[in-house]
Ligand binder design. Structure first.
Ligand code: ARG
Length: 475
């Protein structure tokens, strides 16, 4: 047990308490960020004349060698140390001697860990956004391919009106587009540097916090030292954004599971993304989609856990906050995994167009259009609704669709029916006439797809780039 404190204590910490208190088991993930932050810190200390240039160079070389040795496996991270910060400091002192003892001048582990997590999360926000971008690209491609692929649109899981696959996928494009914008917002809000806040009240050394912030690519230093070491809002925002991504993936997965069922047979999932049964030879199960749906609960749990951890904490730092790491890492790993797998599954999935179109015809998806037909012939909408309702009842009884009725039969319900009714309620007409902006009609859809193309083209410069906060509103 190599502890960072000593003088104040007379006895040894119990082994159980040491292990309970330690975070090295999970914060070793922050090695690169801790080294990066320490290098920026000592560079500033030297610039301010708090340590010498030689001491700074020796610390930087020592930190580089520690990172290299851990990465190559030459140096093992063990639970002899409480956390990654003490592991690095102890190893540094071992390697370079007294200069190593100066690294922590003007710093506390409270602002150190706040910085490490910000650096780590800032990168993961971008990594997540990259994965959302890949998914948006696949959606966009599929939308272009399926402008004329008809399928039923549902409400209450009952067939409602015909749409196209492009339109259905377009709904998800919008959801993931908003997700990517949320990530961008978070990046912008969190991109301030907490280092220099000290334990909670800054420090009496003449630190140049602006210089450290600039070296590390932040917009600037944080404005309040107590807030700097206590703020976990950005993590909660990120976990909320991840929860929403998971919610969207989960709803999409649920639909794929339904579409993949024997009854629907709208899609065929590629063998690479399905599994079999140990007993039933005929089975090909949508396990990946089911697991994405299942793991959504886990990410919600991570978010909830952090919310509850934070709710009663007085300012400033409390050890409870150490609990932020495992849940954040879990939520990030889980969501990134799900995004990557889901995107590949979607990109390789086959859509059974004929089956979808057949299904779009059955189930009276043309009933609204039949009512609209009568409206165009001068029948008030409410009356038209009643007439078509009676026709539907009549058809259900006979086990047929509206278009299967002879004109003479239709005329018994309303004299306004004419030969052109069959064309007016054909699947093609029902879809093609839906031309309001945002509707499934192909001409309307093409305008939206052009906007999607533009969003993707400008993704890293305008739509998503945290470097251009004033250009944030792209559309
Ligand atoms: N492992 C700690 C954490 O993750 C580092 C900060 C420790 N600070 C302290 N005052 N004990 O929060």
């Amino acid at each position: 047990m190599a502890q960072l404190w000593g003088g104040r204590f007379q006895g040894e910490i119990s082994e159980l308490a040491w292990k309970f208190n330690a975070s090295i088991y999970f914060d070793q993930r922050l090695l690169a960020q801790d080294v990066q932050g320490s290098k920026a810190h000592v560079t500033m200390l030297a610039k301010q004349g708090i340590i010498t240039e030689e001491e700074k160079d020796s610390i930087i070389d020592g930190l580089t060698s520690i990172q290299e040795d851990v990465n190559s496996g030459k140096l093992q991270i063990t639970d002899k140390y409480e956390d990654i910060h003490s592991f690095i400091e102890a190893n540094l002192i071992d390697r370079i001697g007294d200069a190593g003892k100066k690294m922590h001048t003007g710093r506390s582990r409270n602002d150190q860990v706040a910085l490490d997590m910000r650096l780590y999360i800032r990168e993961e926000v971008i990594n997540t956004s990259e994965l959302v971008y890949e998914l948006l690209k696949v959606l966009n491609k599929l939308m272009k391919e399926h402008i004329n692929t008809y399928m039923p649109g549902f409400t209450h899981l009952q067939k409602a009106q015909p749409v196209t696959l492009a339109h259905h996928l377009g709904a998800y494009f919008e959801m993931f587009k908003r997700d990517s914008r949320r990530l961008c917002d978070i990046h912008q809000r969190m991109n301030f540097c907490p280092l220099g806040a000290g334990a909670l009240a800054g420090t009496t050394y003449p630190l140049d916090r602006h210089f450290v912030a600039e070296q590390l690519g932040f917009y600037g230093p944080t404005f309040n030292s107590m807030d700097s070491v206590s703020d976990r809002d950005y993590l909660i925002e990120f976990l909320s954004a991840l929860s929403l991504i998971m919610m969207h993936l989960s709803r999409f997965s649920e639909e794929i599971i339904i579409w993949n069922s024997n009854e629907y047979n709208f899609v065929t999932i590629d063998d690479a993304y399905s599994t079999g049964s140990s007993i039933m030879p005929q089975k090909k199960n949508p396990d990946i989609a089911e697991l994405v749906r299942g793991k959504t609960g886990r990410v919600y749990g991570d978010l909830n856990s952090l919310l509850v951890t934070m709710k009663g904490l007085p300012l400033a730092y409390n050890k409870d906050m150490q609990e932020d790491k495992e849940v954040s890492f879990d939520a990030i790993d889980t969501t990134k995994n799900c995004l990557a797998l889901f995107t590949d599954m979607l990109a390789t999935m086959k859509f059974n167009k004929e089956q979808m179109a057949k299904s779009a015809i059955r189930g009276f998806t043309d009933a609204t259009d039949a009512a609209d037909y009568l409206v165009n012939k001068g029948v008030p909408f409410r009356d038209a609704h009643g007439i078509i309702g009676r026709i539907v009842l009549y058809c259900i009884d006979k086990g047929i669709g509206i278009a299967d009725l002879k004109l003479s039969e239709l005329k018994e319900f309303a004299k306004e029916f004419d030969e052109d009714i069959y064309d007016a309620i054909s699947l093609k007409t029902c879809v093609e006439k839906r031309l309001t902006f945002g509707a499934p009609g192909p001409e309307a859809m093409k305008k939206v797809i052009a906007a999607c193309d533009e969003f993707l083209d400008l993704y890293w410069t305008k739509c998503h780039s945290p470097l251009y906060p004033d250009l944030h509103e792209a559309d």
